[in-house]
Design a protein around this ligand. Structure first.
Ligand code: GLN
Length: 264
């Protein structure tokens, strides 16, 4: 009898372990306490992005959104056992589209107090800072030099908010960051304020014409990227945070950083 109980126990344990390893879709779309997030009920995680922000998101050679964030959300979808659908839209529309057109947004999005009034955020996954992209021969070198300048930004971004707060600035906002850099090259704006990694991508794309300068030189603060989530969906937040933790623990996250960010 003792032997039979032991055997039964071993079988039950083995089955539990199999389920925990992602064998069943039902199990993976539920949180630890067994509550399913409404956002995942249809088996599809619809992710909003703005594929104008390399290396985090851009339109790949096949016409589909690609980049670090896209690879990250696909890996998260695999962990959760759901299909990932990408919706490419304007950056400024992402936050207000969560809960209607999209379930979540992955767009190199900085955690800000203002956005937190409308959405929740996952745990941060990447540290960034705004850079200043300048014509190669520009004399702009300090925060004071930015005062009174015409500044190109991507609409609704933290670069936009910083530029707007600079005394005497005139802000030109664009839906596509590359259009801001084109206007910099054409002399229509004095500088472009944009996140570090896209700034470095543009510096090499427009080699010899523009330089990307670290925002620390202009006293800009460190920012953190996170995935924007529907407000109050703590189940989904827990599932996404757990998936990110697992991807960090199993080396996938570092692999994506190497492939998409450090290769730039
Ligand atoms: N990190 C910036 C922000 O959240 C820019 C993001 C972007 O342009 N995709 O506002």
């Amino acid at each position: 009898m003792k032997k039979l109980v032991a055997l039964l126990l071993t079988t039950v344990m083995a089955m539990t372990m199999l389920t925990a390893c992602g064998g069943s879709e039902a199990a993976t779309t539920e949180s630890a306490d067994g509550v399913a997030s409404a956002a995942l009920a249809d088996g599809v995680l619809t992710v909003g992005t703005n594929a104008e922000f390399p290396p985090f998101e851009y339109v790949g050679d096949d016409g589909q959104p690609d980049g670090f964030d896209m690879a990250l959300v696909k890996a998260i979808g695999e962990k959760l056992g759901v299909e990932v659908k990408i919706e490419n839209m304007e950056f400024a529309s992402l936050v207000t589209s969560i809960g209607s057109k999209i379930d979540i947004a992955a767009a190199g999005m900085t955690v800000t107090e203002e956005r937190k009034e409308t959405v929740d955020f996952s745990n941060p996954y990447y540290e960034a800072v705004q850079y200043v992209v300048l014509p190669a021969d520009s004399a702009i070198a300090t925060a004071a030099d930015l005062e009174g300048k015409t500044i190109g930004v991507q609409l609704g971004t933290t670069g936009d908010f910083i530029a707007t707060d600079i005394p005497g600035s005139t802000v030109s906002s664009y839906n596509k960051a590359v259009d801001a850099v084109n206007d910099l090259v054409n002399g229509k704006v004095d500088c472009v304020i944009i996140d570090k990694n896209p700034a470095l991508v543009f510096e090499s794309k427009f080699e010899g014409q523009v330089v990307a300068v670290d925002g620390a030189q202009f006293e800009f603060e460190i920012e953190n990227y996170a995935i924007a989530l529907p407000k109050g969906d703590t189940v989904l937040a827990e599932q996404i945070n757990t998936a990110i933790e697992e991807l960090k623990a199993d080396g996938t996250f570092d692999e994506l950083v190497k492939t998409y960010i450090e290769a730039e």
